[in-house]
Design a protein around this ligand. Structure first.
Ligand code: PEP
Length: 247
């Protein structure tokens, strides 16, 4: 079955690095049946789009403004991302929540902005170490979903991908077991069933993200209820990310 393999480059790679990355990466994934998406920084998006035109690899942005347009210095609106060829946008990444203090109300607005222009949204949610240790992760995940998907119509869920990214697993070389992520995938689907329908719960795409590398990619990708992977650090090396993308 087709898997969704997404690479978040974060604040890495100059224009030249992006060019050389894409030139090395594309031939390695040309036969992949998976949906592969790279998420370079804003300034490299347009250039990356040109380099990707002859391939099936898609483009995504790492963030989007919660406002539509106007006097918001330094912000990038959803319509701008769409106009340079992005298909996806990451919303609610834990680094944005932690370092830039983004809260659920802003994340909800970002989702609505992105959906409004036809972007697909990768909504990152996950529990803290404290919530995991104290068995509060179910509650935490359900609350994030309720608050951040507020106001969405059921037919919009086809453009939402939920990335389960436990905060304690990102960039740490620690990760939950595949059994633990299967449990969370079920928590996510049950919440979608409760808020929407059984059909949406079945169809929504759920990814896992957090310290994935090519050695563990297959096991995590094939876990029950998991449709793919969101990869940070390991996506910065084109050979390593290609191995993951070809699972
Ligand atoms: C991420 O930042 O979304 C991520 C999954 O990072 P890493 O793979 O480096 O843990």
């Amino acid at each position: 079955m087709k898997k969704y393999i997404f690479g978040n480059f974060k604040m890495n790679m100059s224009l030249k690095d992006t060019e050389s990355y894409i030139e090395k990466f594309l031939p390695l994934v040309e036969n992949s049946k998976n949906e592969i998406v790279i998420f370079p920084s804003f300034v490299n998006l347009m250039f990356a789009k040109q380099k990707l035109t002859a391939s099936k690899v898609l483009l995504g942005a790492q963030n989007v403004s919660s406002e539509t347009f106007g006097a918001y210095t330094g912000e990038t609106g959803a319509f701008m991302l769409k106009s340079v060829g992005a298909s996806y946008v990451i919303v609610g990444h834990s680094e944005r929540r932690k370092l830039f203090l983004e809260k659920s109300d802003v994340i909800n607005k970002k989702i609505l902005e992105a959906l409004g222009v036809g972007l697909k949204v990768v909504l990152c949610i996950g529990e803290t170490k404290y919530e995991r240790t104290n068995k509060k992760y179910k509650q935490a995940i359900e609350k994030l979903l309720a608050d951040e998907l507020k106001g969405l119509y059921e037919n919009e869920l086809k453009n939402i991908i939920i990335a389960y990214e436990p905060l304690w697993a990102i960039g740490t070389d620690k990760r939950p077991s595949t059994k633990e992520i299967e449990e969370v995938a079920l928590i996510i689907r049950n919440k979608i069933k409760q808020e929407y329908s059984e059909n949406s719960a079945k169809n929504i795409k759920v990814l896992y993200g957090g310290s994935i590398n090519s050695q563990v990619a297959k096991a995590y990708c094939m876990a029950e209820g998991i449709n793919g992977l969101l990869v940070g650090g390991a996506s910065l090396n084109p050979q390593e990310f290609a191995k993951i993308a070809n699972v």
